[in-house]
Ligand binder design. Structure first.
Ligand code: CA
Length: 229
């Protein structure tokens, strides 16, 4: 589980991130609303967003409204000192899933995150499917036409990312940001290496790869169904 924390006060941010790590969540932190939007636009890479209302460049409510224009699914919990009822209502109206006034009890934060993730999973279903390819997000298992693959967790994340963006051309940097995290060295060829691993495992012999190389662009995942239709 990977969370995006949008919080400009570094002490608060590192306190939350450390606590969440202890609770088993990986947390990426950004300080500005604009940066959060940039990251989130690349793809649905985080399971949940913790969003502070008082940010230096934008109001957290504005950030929330912008996120909801392109992503209605990722659970968002607002964090703010403004615990009064009107701003609580405003946040929920704009599409926040929950609202936690500061200072909060850490256990309560973790419990609310857990509740949101549970709810999210029920809504989305835990299985992604494309043609004869199935990705079981709970069991962390991938199979194609009844054949099960042994994927490393990185391969699994990459395949999940492709499946969530079927038919889209994804640049190397989008894939890098979405799967490896944005602070990864952009000159690396790790994306190409892992696309190679996935192709070796997923593709049937003598047929075109499910992961198409787009010249000058990046990669595009094609549904196994689309080719036979
Ligand atoms: Ca703040």
């Amino acid at each position: 589980m990977r969370l995006l924390l949008v919080e400009d006060e570094s002490r608060v941010a590192s306190f939350i991130a450390q606590g969440l790590e202890g609770a088993g969540y990986t947390t990426d932190t950004v300080e500005r609303g604009g940066e959060a939007l940039e990251r989130l636009r690349v793809g649905r890479h985080w399971d949940l967003v913790l969003l502070d209302v008082g940010l230096p460049d934008m109001d957290g409510f504005e950030v929330l409204a912008e996120i909801r224009k392109f992503d209605q699914l990722t659970p968002i919990i607002m964090l703010t000192a403004r615990g009064d009822v009107p701003s609580r209502v405003k946040g929920l109206d704009l599409g926040a899933d929950d609202y936690l006034p500061k200072p909060f009890d850490f256990d309560e934060l973790v419990a609310r995150i857990r509740a949101q993730l549970r709810h999210d999973r029920q809504q989305q279903g835990s299985v992604l499917q494309s043609g004869d390819l199935t990705l079981d997000l709970k069991a962390h298992r991938a199979s194609r036409g009844g054949r099960t693959f042994d994927l490393t967790s990185r391969e699994f994340s990459l395949l999940e990312f492709f499946l969530r963006h079927q038919g889209q051309v994804l640049s190397r940097s989008q894939l890098l940001n979405g799967v490896w995290g944005y602070d990864f060295d952009p000159r690396t060829n790790v994306v190409d290496v892992y696309v190679g691993y996935l192709r070796n495992k997923l593709d049937e012999p003598h047929e075109e790869s499910l992961i198409e190389t787009v010249r000058g662009g990046g990669y595009r995942f094609r549904s196994p169904q689309a080719r036979t239709a």
